[in-house]
Design a protein. Structure first.
Length: 79
């Protein structure tokens, strides 16, 4: 399984997450239960302004749609 140590943050749609991530070692089977869809991993180089615009657009979609139907971004290592 590939790792991306150069990635500073990760963003995905909450609708794609199907289970909790348990504490401890993560197995391939755990990842398939967590993210069961055949999504493609994409690595992008974004400036801080581009990342901010992306997140603002995602949140605006939720607010404009009075909740967005449950679709909103999950992020890791975002501060």
């Amino acid at each position: 399984m590939a790792q991306l140590p150069e990635a500073d943050v990760a963003i995905l749609n909450v609708g794609g997450v199907r289970s909790d991530l348990p504490a401890g070692p993560i197995s391939r089977a755990t990842l398939y239960r967590l993210l069961p869809f055949p999504d493609t991993l994409v690595v992008l180089k974004l400036s801080g302004a581009e990342l901010q615009a992306t997140l603002e657009e995602a949140i605006a979609g939720i607010l404009d749609d009075q909740g967005g139907g449950g679709a909103y971004p999950y992020a890791a290592h975002l501060r």
